[in-house]
Design a protein. Structure first.
Length: 401
């Protein structure tokens, strides 16, 4: 034990000598024990230092008074050294233990402790500041990277990605930005696709209008010259009527799309006979089937009950499906329209021996303006058949409503 400061203790009996003999005293330090009457019992110093109980001891004992513990600072008249003394009175014997060290050493040690604490505190602050600056730099760098990504994306660079390899909220923010960018890109691609489809739609409608009108104009010119016999005249008139029906259907499809997208439903439900509607549809499409020598068969159940639906809407639905079946079927084939009574439903099937639909087109065949390409075999796809891409779109909307 080194008495580097004021030592305060409470000790009894003869063990004091043994205890204090083991203490390593600092330079010019003193250890002494007085009895309760002020008589010195034990004295030890690091050097040959004079210590008068009458001069110094009495002053220390007087400063202690009735207190049990006291710290006092007194200058020795012998070596002129001012010391800081720690005094403690034992409980049982009343002896007073005194430990004194030079004030210069005491305060030097005290200031060393203060400086050490200040140094440790400053070191901790510097380390904390370094950590804070490092974290702040990392956060600011991540935010700047995210800002750069948003600026590039806003300038039209749609391939820009924000860094996602970060932890915490910044990383989540980067992931959220990338998800948002992906959704925006998907919508932009879809809008461009729709714009292309609309352009194709305008071109298709123009063609669908121009070709039949040219045919009608030519036939009317021939009929006006009266250079045809009655049979040819009837055939020409039938073609003119058929082409007019096509134009009426085209215009009706365009109007239906406008009403469907506006949320308007012009069709009102009523009591209908399904078999009569299917017969009407087959009769309408019979002339188109005959042009390709397609055998149009109607296989229906006679016991089908009356249904509550809109006859005009069902005619539109079945006519669109049957028209597609005839359009995509090769010549000299057959198309079958059949019905089947299920438990709580009536199923209408239109089957053909056509070329089928390419697998890649299946998810989109009911989209507006979309026209799939018929599949020839496992590896080939035919060119698109002329049309507006509205038939199946309207069919699905009418069926859903």
């Amino acid at each position: 034990m080194q008495a580097g400061g004021a030592v305060i203790a409470q000790i009894d009996g003869e063990s004091v000598r043994e205890l204090f003999s083991d203490i390593e005293l600092a330079e010019k330090s003193i250890v002494a024990i007085f009895n309760k009457d002020g008589r010195i019992l034990y004295r030890r110093s690091s050097e040959d230092i004079s210590f008068s109980s009458e001069i110094i001891g009495n002053s220390l004992i007087e400063s202690l008074g009735k207190e049990k513990i006291k710290v006092a600072e007194i200058e020795s008249p012998f070596d002129k050294v001012t010391r800081v003394y720690g005094l403690a009175r034992t409980e049982k014997t009343g002896n007073i233990i005194v430990v004194g060290i030079p004030s210069s050493r005491f305060y030097e040690t005290l200031w060393q402790q203060i400086y050490r604490q200040i140094g440790i505190t400053l070191l901790i602050l510097l380390v904390a500041l370094g950590i804070t600056l490092t974290l702040a730099y990392g956060i600011l760098k991540s935010l700047n990277n995210l800002k750069d990504a948003t600026d590039k994306f806003a300038d039209g660079n749609r391939d820009t990605k924000a860094p996602e390899n970060l932890s915490g909220e910044i990383g989540e923010l980067g992931k959220a930005f990338n998800r948002m960018a992906e959704q925006i890109n998907h919508r932009e691609d879809r809008l461009k696709e729709l714009d292309n489809l609309k352009s194709e739609f305008v071109s298709s409608v123009s063609h669908e209008l121009k070709t039949p009108l040219t045919t009608i104009k030519t036939l009317v010119h021939v009929l006006k010259n009266n250079k045809v016999n009655q049979q040819e005249k009837n055939e020409y008139l039938e073609v003119i009527g058929s082409e007019c029906d096509r134009q009426i259907l085209l215009v009706s499809n365009i109007l239906d799309v406008s009403q469907i997208e506006a949320g308007k439903n012009k069709y009102q439900s009523g009591k209908i006979e399904l078999n009569e509607i299917l017969k009407e549809v087959c009769q309408i499409e019979k002339s188109n089937a005959a042009l390709k020598n397609i055998n149009l068969l109607l296989e229906i159940k006679n016991e089908i009950p009356y249904l509550k639906a809109n006859a005009e809407a069902l005619v539109r639905v079945f006519r669109s499906l049957l028209e597609n079946a005839v359009k995509y079927s090769p010549e000299n084939e057959k198309v079958i329209v059949s019905t089947e009574i299920l438990e709580n439903e009536i199923a209408v099937s239109i089957s053909d021996h056509g070329c089928g639909i390419d697998t890649a087109d299946l998810p989109y065949i009911f989209d507006k303006f979309y026209r799939g390409r018929p599949q020839l075999n496992g590896n080939e796809t035919a060119q698109e058949v002329k049309g507006t891409g509205l038939g199946l779109y309207i069919t699905k909307k009418l069926s859903s409503s």
